[in-house]
Design a binder for this molecule. Structure first.
Ligand SMILES: [Zn+2]
Length: 67
């Protein structure tokens, strides 16, 4: 990761709750329905918890791997 490059946080948009998963509101935030594109750590953590609770193996969180 290059810290010199400004990165816009991408949140996870919950299609069930119709809001961003970590709770931020407003239109200034980028969000996606694709968990792999999420860069917000809070959303990633919540996604991980949800995946464990739901037991869905379709989208395994790949963001935990440290290079
Ligand atoms: Zn978020």
């Amino acid at each position: 990761m290059d810290n010199l490059t400004p990165v816009t946080l991408v949140h996870f948009y919950d299609t069930r709750l119709h809001q961003i998963l970590c709770g931020v509101r407003g239109f200034d935030h980028k969000s996606t329905k694709h968990s792999r594109s999420v860069t917000c750590h809070a959303c990633v953590a919540l996604l991980g918890e949800r995946a464990g609770l739901a037991g869905q193996g379709a989208e395994a969180p790949a963001g935990n791997a440290t290079p």
